[in-house]
Ligand binder design. Sequence first.
Ligand code: IPE
Ligand code: IPE
Ligand code: MG
Length: 254
Amino acid sequence: MEFAMQSRPPLDPLNMPRHVACIPDGNGRWSQLRNGSRIGGHSQGARVIHDLIMSASDLGIEWFTVFAFSAENWQRPEIEVRFIASTIERAIYRWLDDCSRSNIRIRWIGRADTRIPRALRRAIDYATSTTKNNTGMTLTVAYNYSGRNEIVDAIRKMIEDGVDAADLDSDLVSRYLYAPDMPDPDLVIRTSGESRISNFLLWQLAYSELVFTPALWPDFTVDHLLDAIREYQRRDRKFGAVDDGIEKLDTQLH
Ligand code: IPE
Ligand code: IPE
Ligand code: MG
């Protein structure tokens, strides 16, 4: 669903999403519109992520997850794949000071892979270990991430651990995911007008609220984030149950 941009009521502090996840799409198109090449948009995209991390942390959001590179993105031209990796690597080092000051913990989810450039791996490991005792927002960077791979990897580990089929339930599967302590996203934002999930957090998105916006990621601002949260706060989350209003009406009718 599209944002309602007309009215801008204040955010309801009692109804903030605990976990916001982003699919930052549209870097290539943004860049192509400017200089005919796809790759420059990724640097601007990383700058946008920095601003959003800081605002999300200031807003008291506990978990913020960014889909930085999918397992399917390896199919892109090598030059773009390398550019994205070095952009993320440099961005992580640039974010570190601010993250440390704001008590933000940085983590990575994805599948280990020899194709991940060593310098990026080092940056991720360094950021993870430097910020591991921080107790504020958790920033999770999904790189070489695929929701289906994550489920496959969880099943593989369960088989290796000799999990008994009789013990299998969804709580157990959740404990075998890449980040077992990460709560499911409450709000997922995808930019660039595409209304799809593209293999992001497939297990965890079961009851997430999805907000799609036409803005290309490099044009996405903190105001867009606030609009997405407002849109989230207008939603009626029911998780398969009936909401209060309907319950009351039901009681009156019987
Ligand atoms: C998203 O922007 C960034 C990554 C997938 C890494 P794109 O690069 O997909 O931008 P478009 O969709 O081609 O415009
Ligand atoms: C999704 O964007 C992945 C990331 C943002 C990292 P894509 O641009 O790869 O998705 P599709 O190909 O449009 O579905
Ligand atoms: Mg895209």
